[in-house]
Design a protein. Structure first.
Length: 165
């Protein structure tokens, strides 16, 4: 049957003592290290998840701010366009008013010059008529002299029709 030998008992006791020593000095520290690593990995995963959640929140805030900035820039561009159009309209209106003033001033000057020219012509015609009347009176109303006085009058006035006749 089973015979228990003293060596077998000593071997068994050695194995139990070795197991207890290994358990005390090897397995427990290794298990503690593994638990610490497991806790560290769990904390890392928890931190990563928290960081990812925060990153997603920041991303949504960034996108909202970006959309707000786009809308604000669109509004600023629209305002700038409206201001530029208003300035353009004002400049065109001022230029139109200035042009109207210049046109009216030119017309007024032209009217004054025309009136002055008419007065000068009337004065010259009156002077020429006076000269012609004086010559007629000086010559005493002789017919041949009247024709020569008329021809001379036409030459002085510069009438080309009278010289050709």
């Amino acid at each position: 049957m089973l015979r228990v030998d003293f060596n077998l008992v000593l071997t068994m006791i050695n194995l139990v003592v070795l197991f207890l020593i290994l358990r005390k000095f090897l397995f427990r520290p290794v298990m503690d290290i593994m638990e610490k690593r497991e806790a560290m990995i769990a904390d890392g995963l928890k931190n990563a998840e928290t960081s990812q959640t925060e990153a997603l929140e920041l991303k949504s805030q960034y996108e909202a701010k970006l959309q707000g900035a786009k809308e604000e820039s669109s509004q600023m561009i629209e305002r700038a366009k409206q201001e530029a159009k208003a300035e353009y309209d004002r400049i065109v209106s001022d230029a139109d008013n200035e042009a109207q003033k210049l046109i009216q001033s030119a017309r007024d000057n032209m009217d004054m010059e025309r009136e002055q020219a008419i007065r000068d012509m009337k004065s010259q015609v009156a002077s020429l008529a006076m000269d012609a009347a004086r010559k007629v009176l000086v010559n005493g109303g002789r017919g041949a002299d009247d024709t020569s006085a008329y021809d001379q009058f036409l030459e002085e006035t510069g009438d080309p029709h009278g010289a050709a006749e």
